[in-house]
Design a protein around this ligand. Structure first.
Ligand SMILES: *[C@@H]1O[C@H](CO)[C@@H](O)[C@H](O)[C@H]1NC(C)=O
Ligand SMILES: *[C@@H]1O[C@H](CO)[C@@H](O)[C@H](O)[C@H]1NC(C)=O
Ligand SMILES: *[C@@H]1O[C@H](CO)[C@@H](O)[C@H](O)[C@H]1NC(C)=O
Length: 413
């Protein structure tokens, strides 16, 4: 057994598959400003919600004090519109002096004092998407050094205002420059999202060597339509995307919008379940100062987080597409366990779906128990041929954690 583990580790190490900074062996978790707070820079009209050090300190406080940190939500991430419109006299990026009077270094110190990590945003191009100074090729090393000197722990590098050839040069160069700083800084690459997210324009093997995570597809908005579009794009292209993910290298379907305005309770449960199946980064973009108990309970579901954070790091797959508009997803987990999601894209009424593990093409010499992740319901004694029925609400999910009850007697051969 130990030999097997050792040889597996050697195999993984010799493949050199992921960016060699030792970070994000499980999908990163935290909070990211963009979807909820965008480029709101009017701190006079909207002091509580504008992009300012106060917003990030508030979120750090909430993560540290409201039980998020203990569950793994550790990153506090700045997105676009944090910088001053001009670099300083030495060419360095500086934070907007009105909105970040203490500077990013002090903000990092504050975030670290809470036991959390700070992420920042840059853009490989002439400008950021919001029109702030971008990182052209000649600024890559200086900007990496600046972020490291501030004590930043993660960089999301966007790709507005540059062409494909600049991106093909710049993303690997930034990866190298971050490594050269000597500070371990996780690297989130928006590159594939700008190239359509698919081969031959995107080489996922290469991305895994230079980035810890990457955005493949469009930005998420605060709507169910947006969540559905993302999920269906991921399932359509899972043969390409699923093998790309693994410890230290993750597909990023974008932020969790649970706790905002666009999703119903059922839809919120669906987003969380599918993001767990996809081994997706869990970056919430919501207002943690004013979040409902219902939304918190979804985002703080321990079993769901454990599934998302499974150490094998194998992304799940869509097993069965759309029969009666019910999709069945499965993620293989460590210790011979698995997660199943029954996802309804129906719009009529709760749907009773009867199946068995063998009907889902799951074969294993075990008797299983299945636990509903969102309720107390447990079904014991599931043989692979045992029929069971789940009731799935419209635009909702039933998610099951399936684990072996006991090993059947080993038969020879
Ligand atoms: C830089 O890369 C080397 C080799 O790829 C690795 O051993 C080292 O840990 C990396 N350092 C940082 C700070 O990421
Ligand atoms: C891409 O942009 C760079 C920098 O602006 C420019 O020098 C280069 O000619 C562009 N390449 C193409 C193929 O447009
Ligand atoms: C993709 O990148 C890998 C790793 O850098 C490389 O070995 C491979 O040749 C690339 N594939 C293509 C089609 O360019």
């Amino acid at each position: 057994m130990e030999l097997l583990v050792v040889s597996l580790m050697l195999l993984l190490a010799s493949c050199g598959l992921s960016l060699d900074n030792g970070l994000m062996k499980t999908p990163p978790m935290g909070w990211l400003a963009w979807e909820r707070f965008r480029c709101n820079v009017d701190c006079e009209a909207d002091p509580e919600n504008c992009i300012s050090e106060r917003l990030f300190m508030d979120m750090a406080d909430r993560l540290a004090e409201d039980g998020w940190k203990e569950l793994g939500y550790e990153y506090v991430n700045i997105d676009d519109c944090w910088a001053a419109k001009k670099r300083d006299s030495e060419g360095r990026l500086v934070a907007d002096p009105q909105r970040f009077p203490s500077g990013i270094k002090a903000l990092a110190k504050y975030v670290h004092s809470k036991g959390l990590k700070l992420g920042i945003y840059g853009d490989l191009g002439t400008y950021t998407c919001g029109g702030y100074p971008g990182t052209t090729l000649d600024y890559i090393e200086l900007d990496a050094d600046t972020f490291a000197s501030w004590g930043v722990d993660m960089l999301k590098l966007d790709g507005c205002y540059s062409n494909s050839s600049t991106k093909a040069l710049g993303y690997p160069l930034m990866s190298k420059a971050l490594n050269a700083t000597g500070r371990r800084i996780a690297f989130s690459c928006s590159w594939p999202a700008y190239e359509g997210g698919l081969p031959p324009k995107v080489n996922y093997t290469f991305l895994g060597e230079i980035c810890n995570l990457w955005r493949n597809y469009d930005d998420i908005d605060d709507s169910w339509e947006s969540v559905r579009k993302i999920i269906n794009w991921y399932s359509s292209h899972q043969d390409v995307l699923q093998p790309a993910a693994g410890p230290g290298r993750w597909n990023d379907p974008d932020m969790l919008i649970i706790g905002n305005f666009g999703l119903s309770y059922e839809q919120s449960k669906a987003q969380m379940a599918l993001w767990a199946i996809l081994a997706a980064p869990l970056f919430m973009s919501n207002d943690l100062r004013a979040i409902s108990m219902k939304a918190s309970s979804i985002l703080q579901n321990k079993l769901l987080i454990r599934i998302n954070q499974d150490p094998l790091g194998v992304q799940g797959r869509l097993l069965l597409k759309g029969k009666n508009n019910i999709d069945v997803w499965m993620r293989e987990l460590s210790l011979s366990t698995m997660a199943l999601v029954f996802f309804s894209q129906r719009t009529d009424m709760p749907y009773h779906y009867t199946t068995s593990l063998s009907q889902l093409n799951i074969t294993a010499p075990n008797v299983f128990s299945a636990q509903d992740v969102y309720s107390e319901w447990v079904q014991r004694g599931l043989d692979i041929d045992t029929k069971f029925t789940v009731t799935i609400n419209p635009s909702g999910v039933v998610m099951l954690y399936v684990y072996p009850e006991r090993k059947l007697k080993r038969t020879q051969g």
